[in-house]
Design a protein around this ligand. Structure first.
Ligand SMILES: [Zn+2]
Ligand SMILES: [Zn+2]
Length: 388
């Protein structure tokens, strides 16, 4: 390239950087090959001249030596970039300047030491909060209303959660929250990328007057009461969801759900709750196992009073199960579907190990029948140990 770079751009040797740039813009607009007035050779000259003269180091070298830097501007403006393997699309810009449109913000940040990632979009809904809540067994049976109180933060009403009573659009970004940054990244190439506005932190607004309602804190806390209706038919471990009852947060558009897990507490001793049914371990004496029994289930939650269960049938063996319909738990789903069953698991408490007297043996024989055992005198040696 032998022509005078200043002459190519039509500027004096004393031209400022701005003058060089504006001359370059108008000339490249005029001579762009896509235009009717275009001239590819001239356009390339203009690009080359601009590339040298817009770089202070290369311009001073050119001024001193009259030749351009030995590296020279690449004839293909993409060559330098393509060598780096960086993908981009290539288009004609508003002034006929080739523009490089990147969609890789991180890469640009790396190249230019740029100002961080664009601000992340807030998540629409915050996370749910899970709590366990102890519900008494009797309240599962009869139903109960529990009022749950807690502090709940809500976006300040007057300011809508902005913390400001008056705002004005951020000047540097024109209220957009982001700014389009143009960077020259090579000969005749301008990279354009969107960066978060560092002045307003991406909000696009500037606080003129702090909100009096929240003193700029954006959130207001208030005591909130949740009515937890435990209905007959609900189950141990059941979840109740209170939509949107978590605290608001500046990080989310909407708060998450409060989810309560109902956990049965204060289960009466010897009771087991299985689905709709109740199982009760019932201890009876040996005599009761033979003659029958009647007992009041004192800890059963039945209203108005505890049920009485009795057995007048034949002998009950240890481990037998008696079933009574309708004395179990309210059936799942509630709504008067009735009750499950009550199962009595019989545990026979063995009598003291005493041999029958001859009178008792005779009486039992008369009831049970069978021949009297003569000469039965027990076991020799150590007394028999009975393990229950
Ligand atoms: Zn801004
Ligand atoms: Zn406020």
């Amino acid at each position: 390239m032998s022509s005078d770079l200043y002459a190519v751009l039509g500027v004096p040797r004393s031209a400022s950087t701005d003058e060089i740039r504006s001359a370059y813009k108008s000339l490249s607009l005029k001579h762009h090959p896509d235009r009717p007035t275009g001239d590819e050779a001239k356009f390339k000259q203009i690009q080359e001249a601009h590339e040298v003269l817009s770089d202070p180091r290369r311009r001073s070298m050119y001024d001193a030596t009259g030749s351009i830097d030995e590296r020279g501007p690449p004839m293909n403006p993409m060559a330098g970039m393509a060598a780096g393997g960086i993908p981009f699309s290539f288009m004609s810009g508003p002034f006929g300047i080739p523009e490089v449109h990147f969609n890789m913000g991180d890469m640009l940040n790396g190249m230019f030491g740029g100002g961080g990632r664009p601000k992340q979009r807030r998540a629409p809904v915050g996370p749910n909060k899970h709590h366990e809540i102890g519900i008494r067994f009797v309240d599962f049976y009869k139903g109960h209303l529990i009022k749950l109180k807690f502090n709940q933060a809500r976006k300040c009403g007057p300011c809508g959660g902005s913390g400001a009573e008056e705002t004005e659009p951020c000047g540097p970004c024109g209220g957009q929250g982001s700014r389009m940054m143009m960077r020259q990244i090579g000969p005749g190439m301008i990279a354009q990328t969107q960066m978060p506005c560092e002045v307003c932190g991406g909000d696009g607004k500037r606080t003129m007057k702090v909100c009096r309602g929240c003193q700029g804190k954006k959130m207001l806390e208030a005591e909130k009461q949740l009515d937890v209706h435990v209905q007959p038919g609900m189950r141990d471990g059941q979840m109740m969801t209170f939509a949107g009852q978590c605290s608001d947060s500046p990080d989310f558009d909407a708060p998450g759900d409060v989810i309560l897990k109902l956990q049965c507490v204060e289960m009466p001793e010897d009771y087991e709750w299985k689905g709709d049914d109740l199982w009760v371990t019932t201890r009876i004496s040996y005599k009761e196992s033979v003659l029958g029994f009647s007992t009041t289930l004192a800890t059963h939650p039945l209203t108005p009073g505890p049920p009485v269960v009795s057995w007048q049938g034949g002998p009950l063996l240890h481990g037998a199960v008696l079933k009574r319909e309708g004395l179990g738990m309210p059936k799942a789903g509630g709504g008067g579907k009735g009750f499950g069953a009550l199962y009595l698991k019989i545990v026979v408490v063995p009598p003291p190990l005493v041999p029958w007297s001859s009178e008792d043996a005779a009486k039992l024989q008369s009831v049970l029948g069978g021949a009297a055992s003569t000469g039965l005198t027990g076991f020799p040696g150590e007394p028999l140990v009975f393990h229950a």
